[in-house]
Ligand binder design. Structure first.
Ligand code: HEC
Ligand code: HEC
Length: 277
């Protein structure tokens, strides 16, 4: 209703007139007054929200609950664990976000096993506050941490919603849901469709949210000086010299994921497949 009203007002004789009319429209008026003049112009500007520091441990717990609340939705859990918690503490605009949108991240985007949804949830949250140049170092830090860290670390104890007790931990080596989940399942001999695997991803959602909030807090403190501690992966450095360098005859490879889970020079994964029964 408000939107069509605004569009109509903007459609007739331009938005100049809206300012005057807006005063009469009460609550909706603000939005109408700030309605952008043209295509791609964002109300309040791009990356226009103000970030707030949060408690990583508190957010991790919320992320774990969010994962179960929306049905194994890792991306929803992480995003709500950051932006939802900001909304609980600071109200609008954070609490106005249509959080259910993040449910599409589940299972590496609608169960396709592409990017780990938890990781995308964090990158999307950062993008409410920071543009590309400032955000990419934050994403790099989180994603490199994820490749290298033995997960899950979080253990909800008696509050576990899937299975209780310790779970197998391993480093995925990859930001991809498929590799992360499949490797863990193979290493622990756990079925991918089991409650234990759901629990693993729920705990990992908490871990990613905690780390993402630590990075958010550091970014707020350090501003443009923010620097992660994880260096560019050896493989990306070495392979990139040819495959990602402008002017090189072999400059073909997109992306900065660790190359080795898929191409390690000995094609370990492919050889495993070759010997498959
Ligand atoms: C010194 C430059 C250089 C470096 C460093 C390099 N490559 Fe290559 N790579 C090439 C060139 C040139 C080709 C094309 C070879 C051909 O067409 O026969 C190639 C081909 C490939 C191919 C496709 C053909 C194949 O053999 O499977 C893959 C995959 C590949 N490289 C991955 C990598 C990875 C992963 C790394 C790092 C571990 C790496 N490359 C490091 C130059 C390089
Ligand atoms: C998630 C697995 C994965 C990761 C990580 C990955 N690649 Fe690949 N890459 C592939 C697959 C699969 C292909 C397509 C191979 C094919 O169909 O021949 C490919 C294709 C390529 C090709 C084109 C040559 C060809 O055989 O088609 C190059 C070069 C390459 N990758 C280099 C890299 C480099 C360098 C990195 C790290 C920066 C990297 N890749 C990371 C899976 C991966």
């Amino acid at each position: 209703m408000a939107l069509s009203r605004r569009q109509m007002l903007c459609g007739l004789g331009g938005c100049m007139a809206v300012g005057g009319a807006a005063a009469l429209l009460g609550g909706e008026a603000n939005a109408a007054e700030k309605a952008p003049a043209g295509r791609f112009q964002q109300v309040n500007g791009d990356f226009g929200w103000k970030p707030h520091k949060l408690d990583p441990a508190e957010c991790a717990l919320v992320a774990y609950d969010g994962y179960w609340h929306k049905g194994y939705a890792c991306g929803y859990g992480v995003f709500y664990g950051i932006i939802g918690v900001m909304g609980e503490k600071y109200g609008a605009p954070y609490n106005q976000f249509p959080f259910a949108m993040l449910e599409a991240n589940k299972g590496g985007i609608s169960d396709w096993g592409t990017i780990c949804g938890a990781l995308y949830g964090a990158a999307a949250a950062y993008a409410l506050f920071w543009g590309r140049d400032e955000r990419t170092p934050m994403v790099n830090e989180l994603y490199r941490w994820y490749e290298k860290t033995s997960l899950p670390i979080f253990n909800p104890g008696e509050a576990a919603k899937g299975v209780k007790g310790n779970l197998h931990q391993n480093a995925s080596g990859s930001v991809l849901c498929h590799i992360s989940v499949s490797k863990w399942c193979y290493a622990s001999q756990t079925e991918a469709t089991s409650k234990a695997r759901n629990e693993r991803c729920g705990r990992l959602t908490a871990d990613v949210c905690r780390k993402a909030v630590e990075i958010l807090n550091a970014k707020i403190e350090q501003g443009k000086d923010f620097k992660g501690v994880f260096a560019k992966q050896d493989s990306v450095k070495a392979c990139g010299e040819c495959h990602q360098t402008k002017g090189n005859e072999a400059n073909w490879a997109k992306g900065v994921m660790d190359c080795t889970p898929c191409h390690d020079g000995r094609s370990a994964l492919m050889n495993k497949f070759k010997d498959h029964p």
